[in-house]
Structures are given as C-alpha cells and as structure tokens.
Design a protein around this ligand. Structure first.
Ligand SMILES: *[C@@H]1O[C@H](CO)[C@@H](O)[C@H](O)[C@H]1NC(C)=O
Ligand SMILES: *[C@@H]1O[C@H](CO)[C@@H](O)[C@H](O)[C@H]1NC(C)=O
Ligand SMILES: *[C@@H]1O[C@H](CO)[C@@H](O)[C@H](O)[C@H]1NC(C)=O
Ligand SMILES: *[C@@H]1O[C@H](CO)[C@@H](O)[C@H](O)[C@H]1NC(C)=O
Ligand SMILES: *[C@@H]1O[C@H](CO)[C@@H](O)[C@H](O)[C@H]1NC(C)=O
Length: 947
C-alpha cells in the first residue's frame, strides 16, 4: 500500500425504489417496518441454533437460560451456546456472523440470478416446480454437509430459504387461515393437495385500490391453494387468476386487477405481511430442523457457522527437495496445532493439502487434531526435481475448501511453478478474507545445508519468487479474537504522528513497527504518559526487536482513550496495532441492482475505479455498539443506520488503488462508565479497485455429475464506474476451477469497435461422471488488460448434485414394546422397559445410514437383517429406565431423508401393547402429534413394503 494524500470520499446513502421489488425485500426494508428475507433467515437460524444448543445442554445436564424468541441476537446465541460463555470471556462472533451473512446474501441473490424464474418464487401457481427447487436444494445441502463442505452447504441453503419464504408471501396460504407452515413443501414424498387447477378462477377485481377481498370466496371455502401471476413484460395471464401485484407486475393491470402478495406492508395484501413473514420464519425453522435431523447436531451447528474458531489449514510441499525440511515443517505445524489446543482459538477443523510436482491434493479434512497430526506425520518427500511446484494450486484448493477467515499456513522451499494462479489466489484471499502465512523453509534450509555440506541450496528462491509469496501474504490479514485497531504503511517514509483509540474491551494490545534500525518513535497514552524508543521497558510498553521488527506489548491499564505513536524515519516503515477483543466487525462489498428485483447483492470481484463502492458493515460481538464513522482508508464521512447492527455505507468516486476500511463507534455496554466508550477497528483485508468490469451469471448452481455447464461472461472497460461504450481493447482471460475439472475458456477476449464497449465470452466446466454429490466447485474467471496493470475477477460457486431419486423417508414399524413399568413413578428407577422397531428404507431406497435417539436417555442397539422381500431392515432395540418413558428415534437414509419413530413405556397394568409408532413430520422438537393424513399415508407405505 503506497502512501497517499488523504482522499475525501463522499458517503452517499443510496435511495431505494420500493416498487422494483417483487419478493419479501431481500436485504433492506424501505418502509422501516417490513420484514426482509435477511431478517426472516436470521431469525430462523438463531431460533433453531438456540434450540439445538438448548437440547445439547439438556443432554449434558448443563443449564441453558436463554429465552428463545424473536429478540435473539447473534451475540446472545453464541454466548449461550458456548460452554465457556460467561459474559466476561472473549468470544469472537465473526465466523457465526459471516456465515449467517453468506446465507442471506445467497438468499438475496435468488432475486438476481433467478429473477424471471417463476418456480423460484412460487409465482404463477408453480407449486410442483417450487417444491422441486426446494427439495433438490435441501438434498444438495445435506450432501455438502456430509462431505463437510459447509461453505457450499450454507450458500445453497440460503437460496433454498428464499424460495420457501416466498411461498408465504406469494400464495394464499395465509389467507386460507393457516397458522402452521405448509410441510409438504419440504416433503417430496407427500402429495401437493388442494391446488386450484389451471382453469379455476381465483381472484376478482380489487375495488378502489383495496385488495383485501379480491380472493374468490369459493376458493377460500374450498381451501384451494393458488399464487399470484407475475410478469414485467406482458400482461397475459390465465382467465380469472390472481396476480402478484405492484407497479412492475403488468398482469395485475388486467382483469382481475390488483394482487395478493404480502412482500411488504405496502403490498396488495400488505395487511397480512407480518403474518406471512412470521410463517416464513417458522417454515424456515422447520426446514432447518429437517436438515438438523439428517446431519446431526454437531454438523448442524458447524453448518450454521457456530464454532468458536476457524479452520486451521496447512498446505505442505512434499517434493524431494523438501526431504531436509519436511521434519521442520512437521515440527512447526505441530507447534501451531498444539499452541491452539484447549484454548479459545482451538480450530473447529483441520485441513491438509499436500502438493508436489506434478500433482496436488488430495485435501484431507478432519475435526480431530490427533488424526490430523497423524496425516502430517505420514507425509514424506518424494519426486519433484529442481523444478518449482504446484504451490498455488494447493493453496487455491485450501482457500476454497476452508471457511472464510481461516488461517492457512503454506510450507515450501521453492518458487511456484503455477505463478499464473497468483491473481486467482489473490482474488480468493480477497473474497474469503482468509489469512495466509508462507513459511519459506528455503531460508532455514539453505542455511542448514550450508552449515552441513558447505554448499548452497540447489533451488534457492530469487527475490522475485519470494516477492510473490509476500504479495499474497499482504493481501490477507485479520483474525478471530485478534482484532486490528490501526495499521498504516508509509512508503516512502516520512515522520508522522498516528493516533488510535484504546477501548475497555481490548486486552493484550501489541504494536508492531517495521522499519530501518535508525527509526525512532515516541508513544504517548491517553493520560499523557509517554515513552520513547530508547526505553525498551517503560511505563507504557516493553518491547523486543528482531531484525527490522519491533514488537511492543502495551500496558493499557486504565488508560482507555486516544493514544499516539510519533514515528521519525525517512525510510519506508509500517505500524500495526492489534489487540484481543470480542468486538469486531465484518464488511461485505455489495452492489445495487435494478430491475424487477432491486435491492443489493453481494459483490464478488473488485469495485470499479471512480465508481461507487457500497459496504454492508456489521459489528460483531456486541449488541450495544453504535457505529459513528466508517472510513475507506483515510477518508471519512457519515453513516446511515439501516437496521440494528448493520450499516450500509456507499463511497462514491473511489479512485484507483488499494483501500482499507476503518470503523469508529461507541459502546454503551460498559456498566461502570456513564459515558459510552469510543472504539476503533480496522480491517486488514484490502479493497482493490479496477476499471475492468467482468459480469457473469450462472443459471444454475447445482451441476449433475457427467454434465457440462456453460457460464457466459461479459468484459467491459469503465470510466468513473460506468461502462465506456466507445472503448475497444483486448483482455487476457483466465478461468480456473479448484477441482481441476476440464474447462474451456477463450484465452483472450476483444472488445470490437461498435460493440457498445462490451465483449462476451463463455467458460465451460465439465464435471466428471465420478464426481460425488456435495462436492463444491469454485470457478474464478479473470480478465486482465494487455499492459497487465489492471485485473478484475468474478467468483462462482457450484455444487455437484446427482439427481435424487430416493425421496421417501425411512419407515418405522414397531415390533414390540414391553409394558412392565410400575404404575407409580416413584418406583420407576427400579425397572426398565424395552422398545423394538424395524426400520426400512424400502427396496428402492438408498438404505438407512444412521439411527439416533432424539428423545430418551436409554441405550440403543441396531442390527441388520434381510426381510422376506429382500429389503434391508435395521432392527432398533432401545432399552431405558422406566423413569425415561418416551423415546423418539430418527432414522436417516443415505441421501438425508429422515423418518422418526416414537414409542412410550406403559404401566404393567395395561393389557394390550399400546406403544404408538409414527413416521412423523419432524417439526420443531417436541411435537409428536400424529395427524390423520400421516396415519393413512404411513399405512399405505407400510403395506407396500410388507405385502
Ligand atoms: C410498524 O408495524 C407495527 C405492527 O404492524 C405497528 O404497530 C407500528 O406502528 C408500525 N410502525 C411504523 C413506523 O409504521
Ligand atoms: C411460529 O412459531 C412460534 C414458536 O413455535 C409460535 O409461537 C408462533 O405462533 C408461530 N407463528 C405463526 C405465525 O404461526
Ligand atoms: C375489473 O376491472 C377492469 C379494469 O378496471 C374492468 O375493465 C373490468 O370490467 C372489471 N371486471 C369486473 C368483473 O368488474
Ligand atoms: C508530531 O507531534 C509532535 C509533538 O506532538 C510535533 O512536534 C510534530 O511536529 C508532529 N509531527 C508531525 C509530522 O505532525
Ligand atoms: C494476555 O494478557 C493476560 C493478562 O492480561 C495474560 O495472562 C495472557 O497470557 C496474555 N495472553 C497472551 C496470548 O499474550
């Protein structure tokens, strides 16, 4: 980052055009009183996450005092879920926050990618199509989680939630008087009933702009389901059908005029908006429960991003030349692993990617530190020669597999052979905000070799090679509990004074100053105490010097407020101040888009030089902070609050260059202080701008094994953020996918004269037939100008998903249940009861993979037998104390369909076996009621299986 003069960037809060939306509003509410997809998703995630934590706490005999309602916050839920969650301990909610953000960004993206697809929004009575979107998506989520691809799972889940939530706004489910979600939407094995057929009229004209009574009374009496027609181009719709409504829906202008949507309080049926939004929350909770049962509690919490720490990842060079160094790499990596064990920074998972020449991978992911160390131990150096290796390919795989904000260490002794991936890897670092540290063993190794053999390293790295790694490392930064308070690079150097704010939540503040030995500095605290660089131990800090680096441990006791560092040096230098705190922030670049589905969406890629850059900023780790200022680099402006904890800031006219986001605010949580304390944080990931625009859109995010997808993209040159329609030029194109699937892309693309300043191309990716469901594929498409001075990129994520043919849930048949429990509950401890059930997935099912106890604290044994019809039967035998008289078992098949089985101990006085069994709709935990339609359906299923 070069030094630059302060740039004043004007902050403009972008104004919305409410009429452009056709959906619950994706991220923001224009009227300030409507519920958005973002809020619906977040509420559901927090409720279900809290319920899972409550159930885990109960099973471990721990207290769980959090009240589960719509007032939950990310911070409250994470604290309650953390076993060490006392209010004083440091806790970073950055990952949980980032994960939820990914889900609502992907949710909002459906309005952009699938703007005109009726089934993604349940428009035009596409109930079967809409349900297919949901169930295919849910299968893909389950498959991803099974492969521990939580990033992909989250992304798909967010999109599925959009479609599910839209049902409650766009159909007449609410008007029919329903108070519970429409469970058949997540149950592909159930029929979709009571649909108004294609020729059945459903609406009449709204009168005088009032649409409250436009649904036909007959329809409501018969309980028939319909949804609104929507089209922005044509007013055509079948006779007598309802419309979505709103200024952009042309169908609502024709007889019957008006609409039925409940997207916001100003919609045609806006009077039912809040009811629809509440039901959408409950439906999302129901969907999450289905996923939870399929993947288990632990993986469910990981999918939600509720994990105290990130993933620790090692990318290790195993070529022959590393044989001297591999032991050192093992030692250092074990050190890193062990130093985090048992601390708050213990990773939730470990990833290992070995690389070599000519190959890299396979990627190994585990949650067990010992298994991980075993895997590292097994690495041995072989092959390779004097040639550089596929370091960046290995790193690329690690970056796409690890969740955002992960910590990645790369061990190598050689330059990268695949240096062409530098920009791809930089793009992935920018988009994941992961921290990459290069452990260049060459330096150590060559020193050792010289000492032992008297010779130099055969493959020593040149300055340019090392610079590549250095550039990549600089693009990343920022981590977990460790927060950056202030960071600046002065190049060229000149004497300067820097201030930073120390707040009460910060601990272990450390300052790092790099520069030449002649650099001097003076530190002064908020209370006027000062210390100069001639005192290595003084009232404010003690410091150590190693080479060019001075590391200062600050003593900030009772000295919150503004501190100052004055640096005197005319050579390049850098200053970085970090500390440990729960209070941090995340930001995402977002992009306004217009059309029928306006609002904002996540921007992957660099913002345009001279154009606008919008950031959605979210403070994490505190519910009581108020942001007063968001600054891009050293320029600032006011911010507008767009919702609790979230701030949308738009900087206009951002010049070319690299920028850093700084945030200042006030925390009023402090009980001891009457006045709120000020705090400041700085993001260490850079934002780079580009004048190249690259836009791309995949029309599907799931790919079947053996198929090829085509991804069209458009490249343009921009001036001040606007496409320069008279520009011409040629760009180098690079398309990379992290799975090394075969792919085609033009190597260059040319904007011809009279083409409106745009050039179109297509990238294809072919997924091998052997690829398994749940595999995530990340495709990066880059465009670089011929002078190689400017580059921009787009990132697309796909998920391999084979068509799921097994949609039926495992079926439970109770074989026997002993009825010898004493009638008096005070005697229950002396007796046991037994429950035996046969579980089957049917002849065509994928087979039962797991049976778990959802309720009851007895013991479960399972055994496999083959039934008379050749089907596989899992016999579940459950034994429990009579004090635990209820049992609920969940059986999950290979594709994640869940069937449950309920039994109850009865008193010995009861005559006949009265245990009830049911394959139950699995709603929120606790509800085991058996409805008539379920009974009928179960008996049909059972008779088919047992005939
Ligand atoms: C928001 O909606 C609630 C519930 O419908 C209502 O009580 C409140 O007055 C509304 N507030 C505004 C600012 O419109
Ligand atoms: C949603 O579920 C909650 C908790 O189960 C319940 O209290 C609430 O009434 C439900 N909302 C609607 C609209 O049915
Ligand atoms: C419905 O409204 C349209 C437009 O105002 C009008 O042309 C039509 O006659 C009305 N239909 C009925 C049945 O009243
Ligand atoms: C830094 O502060 C000192 C004293 O506070 C002042 O003398 C000096 O001029 C300042 N330096 C710069 C570059 O502003
Ligand atoms: C942080 O500071 C505390 C004392 O305030 C100390 O006990 C602890 O070891 C420090 N932790 C680190 C990682 O430096």
């Amino acid at each position: 980052m070069a030094a630059r003069q302060p740039i004043m960037l004007l902050v403009v809060v972008v104004l919305f055009q409410p009429g452009l939306i056709h959906s619950f509003q994706p991220l923001f509410s224009f009227d300030g009183n409507s519920t958005t997809h973002r809020v619906i998703t977040e509420r559901a995630v927090l409720r279900k996450t809290a319920e899972v934590c409550r159930d885990i706490a109960a099973s471990e005999g721990r207290d769980f005092s959090l009240t589960i309602d719509d007032s939950l916050s990310i911070d409250k839920v994470q604290r309650a879920c953390s076993s060490a969650g006392t209010s004083t301990s440091l806790l970073s909610t950055v990952i949980f926050q980032t994960s939820i953000a990914k889900m609502y960004f992907s949710n909002a993206q459906v309005d952009l990618i699938f703007a005109l697809s009726e089934e993604h929004h349940f428009d035009d009575e596409t109930f079967q199509g809409g349900r297919d979107v949901i169930t295919a998506g849910v299968s893909a989520v389950k498959a991803s989680v099974k492969k521990e691809n939580f990033v992909a799972g989250r992304w798909i889940l967010g999109g599925v939630c959009h479609t599910l939530q839209d049902f409650y706004s766009h159909s007449n489910w609410v008007e029919l008087g329903n108070n519970a979600p429409h469970s058949a939407l997540i149950r592909p094995d159930q029929p979709l009933e009571n649909l108004a057929g294609p020729s059945i009229p459903t609406c009449r004209n709204c009168t005088g702009g009032n649409c409250e009574n436009n649904l036909l009374p007959d329809l409501l009496q018969q309980g028939l389901l319909t949804s609104g027609y929507f089209n922005i181009f044509s007013s055509a719709k079948p006779a007598g059908k309802c419309s979505h409504g709103g200024p952009f829906d042309k169908t609502s202008k024709r007889d019957p005029v008006g609409g039925i949507s409940k997207d916001d309080i100003g919609s045609s049926h806006g009077y039912l908006h809040h009811k629809a939004a509440d039901l959408a929350v409950n439906a999302t909770v129901e969907l999450l429960e289905d996923i939870r049962l399929a993947v288990g509690d632990k993986n469910f919490l990981r999918l939600m991003g509720l994990s105290q720490s990130s993933v620790l990842c090692f990318v290790i060079d195993t070529t022959g030349s590393m044989s001297d160094d591999i032991a050192e790499a093992k030692r250092v990596s074990f050190n890193i692993i062990d130093s985090k064990r048992g601390t708050q920074q213990e990773p939730s998972a470990y990833i290992l990617v070995p690389f070599n020449d000519p190959g890299f991978g396979p990627l190994i992911m585990t949650t067990d530190a010992d298994i991980f160390k075993d895997n590292i131990n097994k690495l041995s150096a072989s092959g390779g020669g004097d040639i550089p290796e596929l370091c960046l390919s290995g790193l690329q795989l690690a970056l796409t597999a690890a969740p955002p904000s992960s910590e990645i260490f790369v061990f190598t002794d050689a330059p990268a052979k695949d240096a062409h991936l530098k920009s791809t890897v930089t793009a992935l670092i920018e988009s994941t905000k992961s921290v990459v540290t290069f452990m260049l063993t060459d330096v150590l190794a060559s020193r050792r070799r010289r000492r032992s053999t008297g010779g130099g390293s055969p493959r020593s790295m040149t300055q340019a090679d090392a610079q590549l790694y250095r550039d990549l490392a600089r693009a990343s930064g920022g981590q977990a509990i460790e927060v950056t308070i202030f960071q600046v690079v002065k190049n060229p150097g000149r004497p300067d004074n820097f201030t930073f704010t120390v707040d009460g939540s910060l601990r272990n503040i450390t300052a790092y100053i790099t520069g030449t030995p002649s650099l001097t500095f003076n530190l002064s605290s908020s209370s006027g105490v000062s210390q100069s660089s001639s005192q290595s131990s003084g009232p404010l800090a003690s410091f150590t010097t190693a080479g060019n680096l001075r590391r200062l441990s600050l003593n900030t006791d009772n000295q919150t407020g503004t501190w100052e560092i004055s640096v005197v040096s005319n050579d390049p230098y850098s200053v970085k101040v970090t500390g440990q705190s729960s209070v941090s922030f995340i930001f995402n670049l977002v992009e306004a888009h217009e059309g029928a589905h306006g609002d904002f969406s996540l921007k992957e890629g660099r913002p345009l030089s001279g154009g606008n850059a919008s950031l959605l900023v979210t403070v994490t780790g505190s519910d009581t902070v108020k942001v007063t200022e968001v600054t891009l680099f050293d320029s600032s402006g006011p911010t507008e609050e767009v919702g609790s904890g979230n701030f949308l800031v738009t900087f206009s006219g951002v010049p070319a260059g690299d920028f850093v986001v700084r945030l200042r605010g006030e925390d009023s949580s402090s009980t001891s202080r009457a006045t709120p304390s000020s705090f400041q944080r700085q993001a260490s990931t850079q934002i780079k701008t580009s004048s190249i625009s690259i836009t791309t859109q995949a029309n599907n995010t799931n790919i079947e094994p053996g198929s090829t997808i085509s991804v069209p993209f458009t490249v343009a040159t921009t001036t001040n953020g606007v496409v320069n329609d008279s520009a011409t030029g040629t760009f180098t194109v690079r398309a990379n996918n992290d799975r090394s699937y075969s792919s085609t892309a033009p190597s260059t693309i040319t904007i011809a004269a009279d083409s409106g300043g745009k050039a179109n191309g297509t990238v294809t990716v072919t997924v091998p037939a052997s690829a398994s469901s749940g595999t995530q594929v990340t495709l990066t498409i880059e465009a670089e100008n011929t002078a190689a001075t400017d580059i921009n990129y787009a990132v697309l994520r796909f998920s391999v998903a084979a068509k799921v043919t097994d949609v039926s849930r495992p079926v439970c048949q109770v074989v026997s249940s002993s009825t010898n429990c004493p009638s008096s509950s005070s005697l229950c401890a002396s007796s046991q009861w037994e429950f035996i059930a046969n579980l089957t997935d049917g002849i065509n099912g994928t087979g039962i993979e797991s049976v778990t106890i959802r309720q009851g604290n007895g013991t479960l044994n399972t055994s496999a037998v083959v039934g008379t019809g050749g089907e596989n039967i899992t016999v579940a035998t459950y034994v429990a104390s009579c004090c635990s008289p209820n049992v609920e078992l969940a059986a999950v098949d290979a594709v994640g369909n869940v069937g449950t089985c309920v039994g109850q101990a009865r008193e010995s006085t009861t005559a006949a076996p009265v245990t009830t069994a049911a394959v139950n709709a699995t709603t929120t935990s606790g509800g085991h009621t058996l409805s008539l339609s379920h009974c009928l359906w179960i008996s049909v299923a059972v008779s088919l299986l047992w005939k």
